[in-house]
Design a protein around this ligand. Structure first.
Ligand code: FMN
Length: 270
């Protein structure tokens, strides 16, 4: 066959196309093209699903607020029921509400990593490093408009992870209605038993502070001197997670946490 009948392919693309299908350049090209295509599909899916994920995250948080306040019933519309709660941005240092931020959108977890909106902790009982200066709390009002409960976000380190949850207090700011975590990475069957309804039920009716105003609530293996009103039995086989919960609750209801707000609540100023 002459060169005129089968000419040498011209240019880079021509030479590439003329190569056998199992040549190294063509194999590499197909592999890279496949990787690029797959990463584009994954990125598109991640971007398009982000609003759905955000909506699910919000719904889950609202569901947890409803549950810890004892108002959730299976099948109820979470967003509608959540409308009964009044979100407020709380200035932790003063214990007063602020309208500096929109309570519906302020992200107090993200604020904890913002140097302007957070402070480093010297006495870091909860193992969180920094705390946001402002937190979003929820007020549940009774039908007559009086305050029924307050729902306060809490978080702190357990054994393997930071546990995020809410503590619900009666309107006297001292009696616990409930405690529940909506996110953690503790071991199923051990530390993750913080989610066990039987253990969560132990918190109901316990008190934070004694008559002297000292924080006495304790999660431990044995009852503290302050007595049964202040005692939640530690999780069996998960003492370290229990110690983490003990620490985080004490931190958040103490002076570095909601202490100033709880004092105002007890004084009837809220
Ligand atoms: C794989 C593995 C996972 C564990 N997960 C937890 C946990 O999530 N929380 C916890 O407190 N202890 C966990 N432990 C147990 C702790 O190491 C420790 O033994 C326990 O907290 C002591 O509790 P106890 O005094 O009640 O036995 C785990 C142990 C193993 C081996």
């Amino acid at each position: 066959m002459s060169d005129a009948q089968n000419p040498e392919p011209k240019g880079l693309i021509g030479r590439f196309l003329a190569m056998p299908a199992d040549s190294v350049p063509k194999t590499l090209f197909v592999a890279v093209a496949l990787c690029l295509f797959a990463s584009m599909v994954v990125s598109a899916a991640a971007v398009s699903l982000r609003p759905v994920q955000e909506a699910n995250k919000l719904r889950d948080k609202q569901l947890n607020v409803l549950q810890v306040a004892g108002v959730y019933e299976p099948g109820m519309n979470v967003a509608e029921a959540f409308a009964a709660f009044e979100p407020q941005v709380l200035d932790l240092a003063t214990g007063e509400f602020t309208d500096q931020f929109d309570a519906a959108t302020f992200d107090d977890i993200a604020a904890a990593s913002d140097p302007e909106l957070s402070v480093a902790l010297d006495n870091d009982l909860a193992g969180i490093g920094r705390k946001a200066k402002y937190r979003v709390i929820y007020l549940l009002k009774a039908e007559d408009g009086s305050l029924d409960k307050v729902i306060l976000p809490v978080h702190g380190y357990g054994l393997w992870s930071t546990l995020y949850g809410f503590i619900a207090l009666e309107n006297n700011g001292n009696d616990i209605f409930g405690l529940q975590f909506y996110q953690h990475g503790e071991t199923p069957g051990l530390g993750a038993e913080v989610d066990n309804p039987r253990w969560k039920a132990l918190w109901s009716g316990k008190k934070l502070r004694d008559d002297n105003g000292d924080v006495q609530i304790t999660v431990a293996k044995s009852q503290p001197a302050a007595g049964p009103d202040f005692y939640v039995d530690a999780l069996a086989g998960a003492t370290l997670t229990s110690v983490g919960v003990d620490n985080l609750v004490r931190f958040w209801v103490g002076e570095e946490g909601y202490g100033p707000f709880l004092e105002r609540l007890q004084a009837g100023e809220i």
